[in-house]
Write a protein that binds this ligand. Sequence first.
Ligand code: PEP
Length: 249
Amino acid sequence: AAERRPLVAGNWKMNGLKASLNEISLISQGLDGLWRTTDILICPPATLVYTAAAVAIGTKVAIGAQDCHAEPSGAFTGDIAAEMLAEAGATAVIVGHSERRTYHKESDAEVRAKALAAWRAGLTAIVCIGETKDERVAGKTLEVLGVQLAGSLPDGSTAANLVVAYEPVWAIGTGLTPTVADVAEAHGFIRDRLVARFGAEGEGVRVLYGGSVKPSNAAELMAVANVDGALVGGASLKATDFLGIAGAY
Ligand code: PEP
């Protein structure tokens, strides 16, 4: 199997004012030697990307963004281009998060266009996929993941330009997590699809687990085959929690 460097990424969602930047300082100070083995990424809201990147300069914390528009510029009031995020200091952008798919009705095709926009701007695309509770109960999890992967990932995905985040919708912000066996099945399936479509590059793409990861369950989840790190929501807002998760590797 390919050597994949673990990535622990924090998604602050619509949380964070200037005072929150201190958490990034605390994370960088608390990393110890962890950065030698693990990539660390924090994705604050767009308003903080520029200042967060300034705070993170010279540290082992990278700064990413949440969502982008597919176009590089234009009459899209309120939207933000990937190029703008890159200029502000982001190195990655989360696209296709279930909250975007649900509240903004984003389709797989739109997510794919946003991933292409990320690449155009030189950003790594963190593409999120995941089944709803109804889909899981109906036994459709792998089918849903297969459709989302086929539709959301652009041709040309590589180990460097793509990260996939498996986030069961019912596990996000709920305190619920799938069993280790269910995580293993989903991640194994995603890996197979990545390799089938992208060959050796698909072997190198990191597949993160996301959904109610916290310090107390991180070690168990991160030990699962084909889990190459975590995408962390709520527990990324406090440096102590985030470090507790990152240290689970
Ligand atoms: C997320 O929204 O990406 C996420 C995983 O959230 P939480 O960790 O809060 O469940």
